[in-house]
Ligand binder design. Sequence first.
Ligand code: SAH
Ligand code: DHB
Ligand code: MG
Length: 222
Amino acid sequence: MTEERWTAVDDYLTDMLAPADDALAAALADSDAAGLPAIGVTPPQGKLLNLLARTQGARTILEIGTLGGYSTIWLARALPADGRLISLEYNPAHADVARANLARAGLDTRVEVRTGAALDTLPRLADEGAGPFDLVFIDADKPNNPRYVEWSLRLTRPGSLIVLDNVVRGGAITDATSTDESVRATRELFDLVARDPRLDATAIQTVGAKGYDGMLLARVVD
Ligand code: SAH
Ligand code: DHB
Ligand code: MG
């Protein structure tokens, strides 16, 4: 099984189940033109986020790590007309591209992109009394993932869903001796999630156009 094969299957699944429309295609094209890295979720993963948000009946969504707003579009499209999504992004240039992509997708009334390091903007959200969020999607700097889960617990409610991208990293997470900051933090994240009685979780391994990785899904217990 090669990455080429995974990509071909991803293309097939995309054509069948998650085809791009003008707003999604333009979001990717403009992100690329602006020099943003092509590290967003794949179309089938974006569709998964959309389905999870709809299954969740989400009216409020928090995203950590916006990039050009590709995953944001999939998530925000799951919201009712009066729903709200707040997406946190460190890089102002990424945030600008995302805001334009979201406006073109007709989602700017539902979505707010906030610039700053998430560990600075999350406490501000809490101070404002924002939330509780029905769904949180964490997809920013991996070393801070344990902290992002702790903040998510303060900003959610029983029954909320917390999703984390990139928790398998090509299988590197089984290496207890890894010196890679992202791997160490991901292992810390699994320790935290596994022992926290407020969370009920699983993780799925994924292959596809972005290689071998995985997502963690955690429900805040009722
Ligand atoms: N969710 C996007 C991809 C996000 S890529 C998608 O699937 O389409 C990760 C993003 O997190 C990048 O834009 C990066 O600038 C941002 N990021 C990195 N460190 C951050 C931090 N400390 N706070 C908030 N965002 C951060
Ligand atoms: C990277 C970040 C991501 O969120 C992702 O899905 C893939 C790669 C990265 O920083 O390399
Ligand atoms: Mg990711």
